[in-house]
Write a protein that binds this ligand. Structure first.
Ligand SMILES: [Zn+2]
Length: 124
C-alpha cells in the first residue's frame, strides 16, 4: 500500500510504502526529516518528531545523505554546529552558509533537495 504524507519540513508530500499507524515514525524521502504520524483517518497527518535539536539535525542529514547516496565532507561538524546556532537564534535549521532565514533555506535547502549536489559535487 502507498501512502501520501505531507512533510512540514520540506513542505512537500512524499509516498511512504507500506502501512502507517499513529505514533509511527517515518522518514521523509525528500528531505530526510523524521516525522511522527499523528492520525491516519480521514487522511494521514504527521509532524516533526519531538527530539533534541542535535539529534534531529544529525538524523535528518544522515537520512538525507543515505537516501541520495551522498557522503559528508570534512566540514560536517562545522556545518552541524552552524545549523544548531541558527536553530537556537532563529527557530529552525536554516543553512549557516546562506544569509536569508527562509523556508527554502532550511537544511537540506531547496537547491540541495533539487539535486544541486549532482551539479557542483557538493552542497552550497
Ligand atoms: Zn521532507
Amino acid at each position: 500500500m502507498k501512502n501520501k504524507i505531507y512533510c512540514e519540513v520540506c513542505l512537500l508530500s512524499f509516498i511512504h510504502k507500506g502501512e502507517v499507524e499513529s505514533g509511527q515514525v517515518v522518514v521523509c524521502t525528500i528531505c530526510g526529516a523524521e516525522l511522527e504520524i499523528n492520525s491516519v483517518e480521514p487522511e494521514i497527518t504527521a509532524a516533526r518528531l519531538t527530539q533534541d535539536p542535535e539529534t534531529e539535525i544529525r538524523n535528518r542529514s544522515e537520512n538525507f545523505a543515505r537516501l541520495r547516496g551522498y557522503t559528508f565532507n570534512e566540514d560536517k561538524e562545522l556545518v552541524i554546529e552552524g545549523l544548531l546556532e541558527k536553530n537556537e537564534m532563529f527557530g529552525d535549521f536554516y543553512c549557516p552558509c546562506r544569509i536569508e532565514n527562509i523556508p527554502e533555506n532550511v537544511c537540506p535547502c531547496l537547491p540541495t533537495r533539487m539535486n544541486e549536489v549532482r551539479k557542483w559535487g557538493h552542497c552550497y
